[in-house]
Write a protein that binds this ligand. Structure first.
Ligand SMILES: [Zn+2]
Length: 265
């Protein structure tokens, strides 16, 4: 195996392992349970999960997707989060090589996966993910090839300002806040890590995705006009797309909106 192939395999395995910890965060953060101390338990029967059943993906397959003690089905989110995390780590290494950028990209994807999963289940975006992400993004920005300190500060400010303004406008029109403060902090974090042009890409992508899902929900009768959509869950895939394909997506938008100059960093 070549050195590159070995590192790619290593990144994938690391991503799978991290993914199994992301599942712990997704379950415990919104419930206020310590994310390090107690061993993993089945949420149905409280049986301890044996270490070899905790092995990412393989544990789920060995168990046939059910708890060994009470046979309750294990939520499909567990293997999905592990697979997504493994894929994100592999993509980060493939895109950026063995670099600081790859580490930041992998950590950023991990944060997006956790935020999306918690937002889908609880309609919350915990500060314990978004605020450290915001600070780390600003702190590392001078060393990131895709960013820079000015792009990061402008990104955080633009992300917060755009969603605050959208929420205020929605409140004026409809009398309810359009998005929550958690969404504002999440887009500020995206801007701090990826830089301001990617905020535009993320917001456009998330809005398009949200409109599609909302429309489909209305047509299928699964959602009403008052249903609140988890906007963070739409921002997460849009932000990951912005991370890997930002310049290409900006060029596509740039053809539509010449005022956006990707060269301004
Ligand atoms: Zn059980």
């Amino acid at each position: 195996m070549t050195a590159h192939g070995f590192l790619l395999l290593y990144a994938t395995l690391l991503g799978l392992l991290v993914g199994s910890y992301l599942n712990v965060l997704i379950y415990r953060l919104p419930r206020g349970i310590s994310t390090v101390l107690p061993a993993s338990r089945c949420p149905h029967c409280r049986a301890r999960i044996r270490p070899w059943h905790n092995v990412p993906l393989a544990g789920y397959l060995i168990l046939g997707g059910r708890c060994r003690s009470c046979h309750a089905p294990i939520h499909w989110r567990y293997p999905l989060v592990e697979a997504l995390s493994g894929g994100a780590f592999a993509a980060s290494f493939a895109a950026f090589g063995a670099s600081l950028e790859a580490a930041v990209a992998a950590a950023f994807c991990a944060a997006m996966i956790v935020l999306a999963a918690i937002d889908l289940e609880h309609h919350r975006l915990p500060d314990r993910i978004t605020l450290p992400g915001l600070v780390l993004g600003l702190a590392l920005s001078p060393w990131l090839a895709w960013s820079g300190f000015r792009a990061a500060v402008l990104g955080a400010a633009l992300g917060a300002a755009l969603l605050s303004a959208a929420s205020a406008l929605w409140f004026l029109l409809r009398g309810v806040p359009g998005v929550g403060l958690g969404d504002v902090k999440m887009l500020a974090m995206v801007g701090a890590v990826l830089g301001w042009p990617e905020v535009v890409v993320t917001l456009a992508g998330a809005s398009a995705l949200g409109a599609l899902v909302g429309l489909a929900g209305l047509l299928l009768g699964r959602l009403g006009m008052q249903s609140r959509l988890p906007f963070g869950a739409f921002m997460a895939p849009a932000a990951i797309a912005a991370l890997f394909f930002g310049p290409q997506l900006l060029a596509a938008y740039g053809a539509l909106a010449p005022a956006i100059d990707p060269g301004f960093r």
